[in-house]
Design a protein around this ligand. Structure first.
Ligand SMILES: [Zn+2]
Length: 497
């Protein structure tokens, strides 16, 4: 056990209160205020209407061009993906795919790697493989090509060697293999009724659901260190337990929720706590997305459509309201996740996974940018103690802070703090009661929201220090583990001068 602070009985009592129910939640009104990333978009148009309108809601995108069997549209999808990226590299992160037409040609691998090199050099941050591998593409002998085909191995090795992300939409929702009257969501019912050729229940000669999932897993067994994003909840959308098992088995994998909210909400109607627990337990491994497609001239129309979905999803993740959703006949109760979890699912996980994207979303920070923390701050606690925290403006390589807490009975504690740039990184040093300083690394920085977090995983409490400024109010928060339990303390400071 390593506690940074000497823990008095009073502080201990306060911490237990904090741990037992002072979580913070976003409201519906916070939707447009929080910077967010939709990791699953197909924006295939030259105009930037959709992306520009989405700025109102502070959405950025991962924009994917897939390689379907319709070879005429593939080049156009890639062209528009680059148009969007080059119009503003800070709004969309480009994901390419690769041609499959010459699969049987002896130089397919070489040509594909050369093609990907060109895409990466231009700025592509990842490669998407699509369900046509496993469900459609056949080799010259008429055999379906599955994703664990050895021919793909050098290509996946190359993607990994360049530090790029591999995204997979492999297989389909389990509903695709079930009879119409057993389908769990209304959207799947109407889609498979209208498209019987894609309804695998009617095609027993094709690989089963479990065969699709197993091929994907065998591919990952061969490439355990590639950063893999399982699109559509890795096609395990029907069971949060199966997704959890997948994430446990593949520590470098993450999943996106796009187009599978209905299946999550179906499970929420049956066991809300289980779904909520899944999101909290795997908060570092799940990313928000919608699978929004945008065609030329339809940006404004699509924005109005997806905005309704964004708001419904926000309500589901952030509140405990009963929500009507088009995928289900009955309303679903929201799972009301803590702010810290929502921030990860809606943004921070994507910033980490697609680390080379959205240059304006600074993950690192230069010292002058922390100017907003400077000032004299005061917090009056319910127990009558007064906490003063003063921060000097950044100058040179440091900004210095000090904190003094005076209790009602006059008992006084203090801490010296320093935020310093050292060798290009920003560190937070805490020195409570003048003891030897403990360094915390910069974990997260958001300039538009004036929010910064530092962490030191070697410390039990705190292992995270967070500052969040809203106008003349500054929230200071420390988080960590106490006796193995998550614990946190928070101060709301007002600007004194
Ligand atoms: Zn998609």
């Amino acid at each position: 056990m390593h506690y940074l602070f000497a823990i008095s009985l009073a502080l201990l009592a306060l911490m237990q209160t904090a741990a037992s129910g002072q979580e913070q939640y976003y409201s519906l009104d916070d939707f447009s205020r929080v910077a967010k990333i939709d990791i699953h978009a197909h924006i295939h148009t030259d105009d930037t209407d959709f992306v520009n309108l989405s700025k109102r809601d502070r959405f950025r995108f991962v924009n994917m061009a897939v390689w379907s069997s319709d070879s005429k549209t593939n080049a156009e999808k890639h062209r528009t993906m680059w148009v969007q990226y080059e119009a503003d590299p800070d709004r969309t992160a480009p994901i390419c795919s690769f041609p499959l037409e010459n699969w049987d040609s002896p130089d397919w691998q070489q040509a594909t790697i050369a093609y990907l090199k060109e895409q990466f050099d231009r700025g592509a941050v990842g490669v998407k493989i699509w369900k046509n591998i496993g469900m459609e593409l056949r080799d010259s002998e008429g055999q379906l090509v599955m994703v664990d085909d050895p021919k793909l191995d050098p290509v996946i090795d190359y993607i990994e060697s360049r530090g790029k992300v591999l995204l997979g939409h492999l297989g389909e929702p389990k509903n695709c293999w079930l009879p119409i009257d057993e389908l769990t969501t209304l959207n799947d019912r109407s889609y498979f009724s209208e498209n019987p050729k894609y309804h695998m229940h009617l095609h027993p000669e094709m690989p089963s659901y479990e065969e699709q999932v197993a091929a994907r897993d065998r591919m990952l067994d061969k490439h355990p260190t590639v950063s893999f994003v399982g699109c559509h909840l890795a096609s395990l959308e029907w069971s949060v337990d199966r997704i959890a098992a997948f994430l446990e088995r593949y520590p470098n994998a993450t999943v996106g929720v796009a187009a599978r909210m209905g299946q999550l909400q179906y499970q929420t109607q049956r066991d809300r706590q289980r779904v909520r627990k899944f999101f909290i337990e795997y908060q570092d491994r799940i990313m928000y997305g919608t699978d929004t497609g945008v065609r030329p001239g339809r940006g404004a129309e699509k924005y109005a459509y997806v905005k309704k979905k964004w708001l419904r999803d926000w309500e589901y993740f952030n509140t405990d309201h009963q929500i009507e959703v088009p995928e289900l006949p009955d309303p679903v109760q929201g799972i009301k996740l803590p702010k810290t979890v929502v921030d990860k699912i809606y943004r921070d996980n994507a910033l980490r996974v697609f680390a080379a994207s959205w240059p304006g979303q600074k993950r690192s920070v230069s010292l002058p940018q922390l100017n907003w923390l400077a000032g004299k701050w005061r917090c009056k606690m319910p127990d009558k103690s007064v906490v003063d925290e003063d921060w000097m403006r950044p100058s040179g390589t440091a900004m210095l802070g000090m904190n003094r807490t005076v209790r009602g009975d006059g008992q006084t504690s203090f801490e010296f703090m320093r935020i310093a740039s050292e060798d290009g990184s920003i560190l937070f040093f805490a020195s409570p009661s003048g003891r030897k300083a403990t360094p915390f690394n910069l974990a997260y920085y958001d300039q538009p929201n004036q929010r910064v977090a530092f962490e030191n995983e070697d410390n039990d409490f705190p292992n995270r220090v967070i500052y969040d400024r809203r106008g003349d109010e500054l929230t200071g928060r420390i988080e960590g583990k106490f006796n193995g339990q998550p614990a946190s303390l928070q101060w709301k400071f007002e600007l004194v001068e």
